[in-house]
Design a protein around this ligand. Structure first.
Ligand SMILES: Cc1cc2nc3c(=O)[nH]c(=O)nc-3n(C[C@H](O)[C@H](O)[C@H](O)COP(=O)(O)OP(=O)(O)OC[C@H]3O[C@@H](n4cnc5c(N)ncnc54)[C@H](O)[C@@H]3O)c2cc1C
Length: 512
């Protein structure tokens, strides 16, 4: 059963066109569909395949927002009061986002204990105690912080302690509870598919490649089916440009004069196997090269992230050898006992952060100010705050547009909600999976599991082939395309994920 052609949409009018089905676009499409708007959500590639699939997967509790205030004197705090208030606001938003996500999608997040080392001359224990008290005062939405401070001589067998203790400047650690999205790609697919079940028109592999405002104020968009080149033109009363790092290219379709809003930065992370007992623990540390994180994800730990200015096509961002080596050097310097080398790296991913120019936070850009009413873009929105972004955009749409349908309830459950093992050709088709990568990386998540192997790839290819009527040559091409994508974008060798590693001490190697 192949996907209906984009031409079926020719001439249709929607209340809102949402461009991009990353965390922000998919959450917003779902919120608008629940509110009763006629929504068209289009994604040039697959749901969640953009920056949302490259994040460190953290649902922060707010400590990182307060980091900028740590280590400053009372005088500095008073003279920089507006900045300090902005940090508090950001911490409060992080706490609200955490509570909201955990409440709404408990099956897509999991709690982890974060270990944060305190070094002599750096942020002190008392400052961390104050920050923890402040977070508790701001309100954790019923989700405990589980904050503890431990002295260096009292770490017992706390994960990471064995690798930190060789450092003579270690004063102690604090631990607290954060959450991780084991799988943000699936969060995006869940939300896009929920929007569809609520009546939205939802298409992956469909790009907006022309956009103009018509004399009556409505927007006209030309859509292109990226699989077969077919085109259709649709109209929308409003356009929400949630194209992540591609936001400026979408506004550029309207006018080359529209000011650039994105400050793009590239972040690379490496996946390494740590001992089994580390699986519920992560580490974050402030270093002179920026924040360092080591976060459990899908049976491995993600170490990152680099942060460098990025220009170019975000879909081509890939980790270089120099970036991988830099992360290994940073991990070995911070954790002298860990002894990581290139053999430890199972894969490396790169993403481009869609940061806001001139600000570290999220900005909603209403392009009415650029003479383009009805066009709105968002920069600086993270996966963690995407549900908050969706709520802000819904409020903005409600101010400008009447709903055209009755308000919907919540969406019925997903076909693949049951998770791994429930996957078959019917489910793949219902979830718009078109390639092996769509299935293995973003629908079932099998590619992230430690027992992913050649047979699983063959099985997925056969299922897709059966539902799409592929011949043997087409199936073989699908397999080689998948391998090429893993090699290019994930620096991943399939031979490196076949069995879990249960114990390592000083020397690590990716299981093979
Ligand atoms: C290294 C790194 C670490 C990070 N760590 C975290 C973290 O721990 N926690 C956290 O919450 N966030 C983190 N982030 C940030 C987070 O990943 C991003 O801010 C977030 O994913 C942005 O989501 P988005 O929906 O705006 O963009 P995207 O996920 O990029 O989605 C935009 C989509 O738009 C589509 N698109 C583009 N142009 C078009 C077009 N013309 N037509 C149709 N579709 C189009 C793209 O294909 C893409 O899928 C991290 C980011 C990086 C790079």
């Amino acid at each position: 059963m192949s996907e209906p052609s984009v031409e079926m949409l020719e001439g249709r009018t929607f209340d809102v066109l949402v461009v991009g089905a990353g965390a922000n676009g998919s959450a917003t499409a779902e919120a608008l569909a629940i509110a009763g708007y006629a929504v068209l959500l289009v994604e040039r590639s697959d749901f969640g395949s953009g920056t949302s699939s490259r994040s460190s997967r953290m649902l922060h509790c707010g400590f990182r927002s307060l980091e900028g205030a740590a280590g400053k004197s009372l005088w500095q705090h008073l003279t920089q009061l507006p900045d300090r208030l902005a940090l508090l606001k950001s911490a409060r938003e992080q706490l609200a986002a955490r509570a909201d996500f955990v409440g709404a999608m408990p099956h897509r997040v999991r709690p982890v204990t974060i270990v944060m080392p305190l070094f002599r001359g750096g942020v002190g224990g008392m400052q961390m105690d104050t920050a923890a008290a402040l977070l508790a005062l701001l309100g954790t939405g019923g989700i405990p912080l589980d904050y503890k401070r431990l002295k260096a001589d009292n770490l017992d067998d706390l994960p990471f302690a064995e690798w930190l203790l060789p450092r003579h400047d270690l004063a102690g650690v604090v631990t607290f509870r954060d959450y991780v999205f084991d799988w943000p790609e699936r969060v995006c697919a869940d939300q896009a598919l929920a929007a569809e079940r609520l009546g939205a028109e939802v298409r992956n592999y469909t790009s907006v490649n022309a956009l103009r405002q018509m004399p009556d104020g409505q927007w006209s968009a030309t859509l292109r089916d990226e699989m077969n080149g077919a085109e259709a033109t649709v109209a929308a009363r409003m356009v929400l440009n949630l194209a992540g790092p591609w936001i400026d290219s979408v506004t550029g379709l309207v006018s080359a004069e529209t000011p650039q809003r994105i400050a793009a930065s590239k972040g690379v992370q490496i996946g390494v196997a740590l001992p089994e007992r580390y699986k519920d623990h992560g580490l974050v540390a402030a270093t002179d090269k920026g924040a360092f994180v080591c976060i459990p994800s899908q049976g491995l730990h993600l170490i990152g992230a680099t942060n460098s200015k990025f220009t170019g096509d975000p879909s081509k961002a890939a980790a270089t050898d120099a970036e991988i080596n830099d992360l290994l050097a940073r991990a070995n310097a911070l954790l002298p006992g860990i002894g990581l080398d290139r053999s430890a790296v199972c894969y490396a991913i790169a993403g481009v952060r869609p940061g806001s120019r001139g600000s570290s936070g999220r900005i909603v850009h209403d392009h009415a100010a650029d003479g383009l009413p009805g066009l709105v873009s968002v920069t600086g929105g993270t996966v963690a705050t995407s549900r908050q972004t969706a709520k802000s955009l819904l409020r903005l749409v409600v101010q400008q547009l009447k709903v055209s349908r009755p308000k919907a309830g919540s969406a019925p459950p997903n076909v693949l909600e049951a998770g791994r093992g429930a996957a078959d050709a019917t489910a793949f088709a219902a979830e718009h999976a078109r390639t092996i990568a769509d299935v293995a990386l973003r629908r079932t998540g099998e590619a992230w599991s430690t027992d992913f192997n050649e047979q699983t790839i063959q099985d997925i290819a056969a299922s897709l082939g059966a539902s799409n009527g592929w011949d043997q040559a087409r199936i073989a091409k699908a397999i080689s395309d998948f391998r090429a994508e893993l090699a290019e974008l994930y620096r991943r060798d399939l031979g490196s994920v076949s069995s879990p590693q249960t114990d390592i001490s000083r020397s690590t190697a990716c299981p093979s």
